[in-house]
Design a protein around this ligand. Structure first.
Ligand code: MN
Length: 215
């Protein structure tokens, strides 16, 4: 560990004084998928979901645990808000946080935004079109995000690699993975078709609950 990193982690430990020492040392774990691997068929195929969750996400968790071995392990949002993160933590911590949220906000095709979230989104078709355009505009691997300002305003943003909105001081309401590993088995190079499908697989009830909790 460099001196700079040592200072960073000491500062984190102080900032999370309400967390016990034992809790801080707990390894990060792969969250259980809240539905079956085939639950999003035919929009997202079971094989893609299985590999994405049990291999890709698991690898981010394992590598994040290696990168934080013997150091404090604060909640992911706190971890990712720290400045000058070492690459292994930035990439794998981002990967763990981004996918953990992704699984949560999928899984209920046919739902629609309601209540305060519906008002914030406005015209859903228009909103989805903007989200799709932003997702298509990500060059290479990355994410398209809907972020909140901690009040009620929403914005669509993108990030490269596994960068998280937390790293830029933003709060992610939900995000869509546009890495090829999220769609290549079924959609190959057709990211537009994947984006259309994955937006139909959103769980707007879960997103609405999160919106309410974040407000
Ligand atoms: Mn992914």
């Amino acid at each position: 560990m460099t001196r700079r990193q040592a200072i960073l982690f000491t500062a984190t430990a102080a900032a999370t004084a309400t967390t016990t020492y034992a809790q801080q040392q707990q390894p990060y774990t792969l969250p259980k998928l809240p539905y079956a691997y085939d639950a999003l068929e035919p929009l997202i195929d079971a094989k893609t979901m299985e590999i994405h969750h049990s291999k890709h996400h698991q690898a981010y968790v394992d590598n994040l645990n290696k990168a934080t071995e013997g150091k404090s392990r604060p909640p992911l949002d706190q971890l990712l808000k720290q400045p000058n993160l070492p690459a292994a933590i930035r990439n794998n911590g981002g990967g763990h946080a981004n996918h953990s949220l992704f699984w949560e906000i999928l899984g209920k095709p046919g739902t629609q935004p309601s209540g305060a979230l519906k008002s914030a989104i406005g015209d859903l078709a228009e909103f989805e079109a903007k989200l799709k355009t932003a997702g298509l505009g990500v060059f290479g691997s990355g994410w398209v995000w809907v972020v909140t300002d901690g009040k009620s305003k929403l914005a669509i943003e993108t990030s490269p690699n596994q960068d998280s909105p937390w790293m830029a001081g933003k709060t992610p309401l939900f995000g869509i993975d546009v890495w090829e590993h999220a769609y290549y088995l079924k959609y190959q190079n057709r990211r537009a078709d994947y984006l259309t499908a994955v937006m139909k697989a959103l769980n707007w009830d879960a997103i609405g609950k999160r919106y309410k909790d974040l407000a």
